[in-house]
Design a protein around this ligand. Structure first.
Ligand code: CTP
Length: 486
C-alpha cells in the first residue's frame, strides 16, 4: 500500500531517500512518526532505519555504521543550519535542523555464539528490526527510496490496531516486555495519551511480568508518569497501573490511598478514586504539570492521618501537613526535581485545606490576608486546586462550595487591591531594626519582625513603611528594649 498523506512528501524525507539511493541502501521512516502521521498528531522526531541489501557479519562486535553514513550524507546535503551528533557505540546518529530531529540507525540482529563472549552483530532485515519494537502501532515503516517511495510496510497490522484503538505487542508479549520492561509503562502511557485499550494478551503479560519493572531506572519511569500526567485524562493511566498491578511497585503511596473502611456503619471516601477525579477536574482547567502533580498528591497524607473518633467518625487531621512532609522523600526516591517545582507542590499540598476552612468559618479579613501572604503568586493555582477538590455527588453541595469559593476570591481581590499582601515583604527589615534600636542580632529582632508582619496581616496597621516603623518603636518600648521616652 502507498501512503496518501501530504506529510510524507516533505522535502526532507525525499532528500533522505535520495541519499540512501546514492549509498545503495534501503531506508525507511519508522516508529512514532508513522503512527502519528495516521493519527494526525504533530511529531517532530523522525526515526529512520537503513538496511543493507546484502547483510554483512561484523565479528568485532561493533555496531553497523550504515545509519551513521546516511546521517553524514544527509547533513552534508542540508548544509548550514544542520547539526550532526554521532553515537558510535550505539551505531546511531542524530541530525538536527531547526525544530526537526532525525535519528538514524542501521537495522540489526544480535546473536550470541556459545564459544565466544563477543556478540556477533549482524545487519538485520527490516522485518527483524520491526520484530524488536514495542507495539504494532509503533512498528510500521514507510519506504523512502525513490522507486518505492511511500510504500507502507506493516507486517503486524499496526494500521488495523490504530483503527481498533488497540495497544498490542508485535511478538509474544512476554518476549517484548522482557527485552525492555519499561514497555509495560509505555503500554499504559500510550493507552492514556491516545485513548486506546490494552489488548487482553498484552494486559495479561503485564500482570505476569510486573515485577520486572524493578530493574528500570526511576528516571525512565517518571518520564512515562509525566506523560500520563500531561494527558487529557490522567486517571485512565493511574487506573490501568492499578489494574495491571504495577501501581504498588511504581508508586506505593498512591496505591495506599485505595480502599474504604467501615466502622459502626460509617465509611469514608475511597481516597484513590477521589484523588483521580480531582486530577481529571484540574486537568480540564490547567496544563500546569506541577499543579497536576499537586492534585495527585494533595491527600497523600490521609492514610497516615486516618483515625476513628467516636463522636466525629473518620478523621484525617493534619493530613495536609503530613502529606506536605512526605513529598520531599517521594521526590527524592523517584528522582523527581528537588527544586522550586517540588517546593511549589509542597506548598500546594500544605495549603489545600485553607480555603475550605475560610468558607466554613466567617471569613475574616485577617484569615484571607494570611492565606494571600503564604500562597503569594501561587494563590490562583491554589484556588484552582481547591475548586477541583470538590467532588461530592450532591449537586447542591457542589454548587454551594463553588459559590462560596467565588466569594473568597472576591474578598481576595478587594484585599489585594487595598493592602498588596501578595509576595509582601515587611516594610521594616531586620537590619533596619538592629540599626535603629542599636541591637546586636538576637531573638528580639525576630520577635519585632513577626510582630510587624502580624500587625499588618491582622489589619492593625496598614502595609506601609511609616506605620510599620511607628509600630516597631511602640513594640520595642513594650518589650523594654528602649526607654519609654525614646
Ligand atoms: N521503541 C521501542 N521500545 C522502547 C522505546 C522505543 O520499541 N522501549 C521504539 C518504538 O518503535 C518507538 C520508537 O522506538 O516508536 C521511538 O521511540 P520513542 O521516541 O521513545 O517513542 P515514540 O513512539 O516516538 O513516542 P513518544 O515520542 O511519544 O515517546
Amino acid at each position: 500500500m502507498r501512503v496518501q498523506n501530504p506529510k510524507i512528501d516533505e522535502p526532507i524525507l525525499h532528500l533522505v531517500g535520495e541519499e540512501a539511493d546514492r549509498l545503495g541502501l534501503e531506508c525507511y521512516v519508522i516508529g512514532g512518526w508513522v503512527r502519528d502521521l495516521f493519527l494526525h498528531r504533530p511529531c517532530t522526531d523522525i526515526d529512520v532505519v537503513c538496511v543493507r541489501p546484502t547483510p554483512v557479519e561484523q565479528t568485532d562486535g561493533k555496531q553497523p555504521t550504515i545509519g551513521i553514513q546516511l546521517a553524514e550524507a544527509v547533513t552534508a546535503r542540508l548544509g548550514r543550519g544542520a547539526h550532526l551528533a554521532v553515537f558510535r557505540n550505539y551505531g546511531t546518529a542524530q541530525v538536527k535542523r531547526k525544530d526537526l530531529e532525525l535519528e538514524f540507525v542501521g537495522a540489526r540482529r544480535e546473536s550470541y555464539q556459545r564459544d565466544s563472549r563477543n556478540p556477533i552483530v549482524e545487519d538485520g532485515t527490516l522485518e527483524e528490526d520491526q520484530n524488536r519494537r514495542d507495539f504494532t502501532i509503533n512498528a510500521m515503516a514507510i519506504c523512502l527510496n525513490k522507486d518505492r517511495y511511500g510504500e507502507l510496510l506493516d507486517p503486524f497490522d499496526g494500521l488495523y490496531d490504530l483503527e481498533d484503538l488497540t495497544i498490542r505487542t508485535p511478538l509474544d508479549p512476554d518476549i517484548t516486555f522482557s527485552d525492555d520492561p519499561l514497555r509495560m509503562m509505555r503500554a499504559v502511557r500510550f493507552a492514556t495519551q491516545l485513548g486506546f485499550y490494552l489488548d487482553d494478551e498484552t494486559f495479561d503479560a503485564i500482570e505476569r511480568n510486573k515485577n520486572r519493572i524493578e530493574i528500570i531506572s526511576k528516571e525512565r519511569i517518571v518520564d512515562e508518569l509525566n506523560k500520563i500526567m500531561r494527558s487529557r485524562r490522567p486517571s485512565v493511566g493511574w487506573i490501568l497501573l492499578d489494574k495491571t498491578g504495577l501501581l504498588p511497585l511504581v508508586f506505593p503511596e498512591i496505591a495506599a490511598l485505595k480502599g474504604i473502611e467501615t466502622k459502626e456503619g460509617k465509611g469514608h471516601k475511597d481516597v484513590f478514586l477521589h484523588t483521580l477525579q480531582v486530577v481529571d477536574n484540574l486537568s480540564m482547567k490547567s496544563d500546569n504539570l506541577w499543579l497536576r502533580w499537586a492534585a495527585l498528591l494533595h491527600d497523600i497524607g490521609k492514610p497516615r492521618s486516618k483515625a476513628w473518633d467516636d463522636a466525629a467518625g473518620w478523621t484525617f487531621r493534619n493530613h495536609n501537613y503530613i502529606g506536605a512532609k512526605m513529598i520531599p522523600k517521594i521526590f527524592h526516591r523517584m528522582k523527581m526535581p528537588e527544586n522550586e517545582k517540588m517546593a511549589y507542590v509542597v506548598k500546594m499540598v500544605d495549603l489545600h485545606m485553607r480555603p475550605i476552612n475560610l468558607i466554613e468559618d466567617t471569613v475574616t479579613d485577617s484569615a484571607v490576608r494570611r492565606l494571600l501572604f503564604e500562597a503569594g503568586d501561587d494563590i490562583d493555582d491554589l484556588m484552582l486546586l481547591c475548586d477541583a477538590d470538590i467532588t461530592s455527588r450532591n449537586a447542591e453541595k457542589v454548587e454551594r462550595f463553588h459559590r462560596n469559593y467565588q466569594l473568597v476570591r472576591q474578598k481576595m481581590v478587594e484585599l489585594e487591591e487595598r493592602d498588596r499582601i501578595r509576595n509582601f515583604q515587611p516594610p521594616v527589615r531586620g537590619d533596619e531594626i538592629m540599626q535603629t534600636l542599636n541591637l546586636e542580632p538576637c531573638s528580639a529582632v525576630g520577635e519585632l519582625k513577626t510582630a510587624i508582619k502580624d500587625a499588618i496581616l491582622d489589619g492593625i496597621i496598614p502595609n506601609e513603611y511609616e506605620a510599620a516603623r511607628a509600630y516597631m518603636f511602640q513594640k520595642a518600648r513594650e518589650m523594654g528594649l528602649i526607654s519609654d521616652k525614646a
